[in-house]
Design a protein around this ligand. Structure first.
Ligand SMILES: NC(=O)c1ccc[n+]([C@@H]2O[C@H](COP(=O)([O-])OP(=O)(O)OC[C@H]3O[C@@H](n4cnc5c(N)ncnc54)[C@H](O)[C@@H]3O)[C@@H](O)[C@H]2O)c1
Length: 267
C-alpha cells in the first residue's frame, strides 16, 4: 500500500491517524470539507465533498487504500445523515470501484448493534440492531461494503468503533473505549493485513470490561494495548448518570426514545 486516502481527515480520528501514521506509507492523502493544516512531507491535501461523486472520484485517483471516516459522527436528523453518511458512503465505494482502489476501510460504529442488551456478549456475526438514524446509516455502509466486496472484488474492512476518546469519560465507555494509540494500531493492521475479502471488527481497546468478541480475526494481527480499567476507579467514584433505559443497551443513551444526539447530559 503506497498511497492511502483518509476521508474526514480533519476530524478527531482523522487527525490522530494523520499523526500516528506519518511516514509509514509513501503518501497519506488527506481529504475533508473542513480545513486541514498544510501538507508536510509525505502528505497530500485534497478537498472533496463526499456528497459529490465527481469530487470523491478525483480524490481517489492513484489510491491503493481508502480509510473512510468522513461522516456526521453521531446521532442527528435524517436530513443531515442522508447526504453525508448515506450518499457520501455510497460515493466512496463507487468512486473506489471506478478508480480501481484495492481496499476500503470503513468507519462503522457499535451503534449498528446498539439495541443488544449490554448483559450479552456479542460478536460480529449477530444481526444488526441499530439504535437510531446514525446506526441505520452505518448498517447501510456495512451493506454497501459487502456488496462492493462480493460484486466488485474490493477488499473491505468495517470497523465498529466503540468510543474513540483520549480517555473514557463515564461508565458506559469503560467496555467500549478505543484509545488513540489503539485506533492507529487497528487501522494500521487493516491497511497492512494480507488480502482479506470482507471483515467486520469491533474497534475497542483491550478493556477488561469489553462485551464484544472479534471472532476469527486473528490474522489481522490487532493487539490492543490500552485498558479502560486504568480509569475505572475514578469513574466509578462519580455518580452514575445513566438512566434505566440507557443502562440496559450497548448503545446507551442512543437507545432512548427521542434521543437527538445531545450527549451533554451524560458526557
Ligand atoms: N469518535 C467516535 O467515538 C466514533 C465512534 C464510532 C464511529 N465513529 C466514526 O468514525 C468516523 C470519524 O469519527 P470522528 O470522531 O473523527 O468524527 P469527526 O466529526 O471529528 O470527523 C468527521 C469528519 O468528517 C468530515 N465530513 C463530514 N461530512 C463530510 C462531507 N460531506 N465531505 C467531506 N468530509 C465530511 C467532517 O468535516 C469531519 O472533519 C465517523 O465516520 C464516525 O461515525 C466515530
Amino acid at each position: 500500500m503506497n498511497r492511502i486516502l483518509i476521508t474526514g481527515a480533519a476530524g478527531k480520528i482523522g487527525s490522530t491517524l494523520r499523526e500516528g501514521m506519518r511516514g509509514r506509507y509513501a503518501v497519506l492523502r488527506l481529504s475533508d470539507i473542513a480545513p486541514l493544516d498544510p501538507a508536510r512531507a509525505g502528505e497530500e491535501i485534497m478537498r472533496a465533498d463526499l456528497t459529490d461523486l465527481a469530487e470523491v472520484e478525483g480524490a481517489m485517483r492513484d489510491v491503493d487504500c481508502v480509510v473512510h471516516l468522513g461522516a456526521i459522527a453521531g446521532e442527528d436528523t435524517w436530513d443531515k445523515i442522508l447526504p453525508h453518511n448515506v450518499v457520501g458512503t455510497w460515493n466512496v465505494f463507487e468512486a473506489a470501484r471506478r478508480q480501481g482502489v484495492h481496499r476500503v476501510i470503513y468507519a462503522s460504529s457499535h451503534h449498528v448493534v446498539g439495541f443488544y442488551r449490554r448483559a450479552r456478549f456479542i460478536d460480529q456475526t449477530v444481526a444488526p440492531r441499530p439504535d437510531g438514524v446514525y446506526g441505520v446509516s452505518k448498517v447501510f455502509g456495512e451493506a454497501v461494503g459487502r456488496l462492493f466486496a462480493d460484486k466488485h472484488g474490493l477488499s473491505v474492512a468495517c470497523l465498529r468503533i466503540g468510543a474513540f476518546r483520549d480517555k473514557p469519560a463515564d461508565r458506559r465507555l469503560l467496555p467500549i473505549w478505543l484509545s488513540p494509540r489503539d485506533a492507529v494500531r487497528l487501522v494500521g493492521c487493516c491497511i497492512d493485513a494480507p488480502d482479506y475479502h470482507f471483515i467486520v471488527v469491533y474497534g475497542v481497546s483491550n478493556n477488561r470490561r469489553n462485551r464484544y468478541r472479534n471472532a476469527g480475526i486473528e490474522s489481522l494481527g490487532y493487539r490492543p494495548q490500552d485498558d479502560s480499567e486504568d480509569y475505572a476507579a475514578d469513574i466509578l467514584s462519580t455518580p452514575d448518570l445513566e438512566d434505566a433505559i440507557s443502562r440496559q443497551f450497548h448503545g446507551g443513551l442512543y437507545a432512548q426514545m427521542g434521543f437527538d444526539g445531545d450527549l451533554a447530559r451524560i458526557e
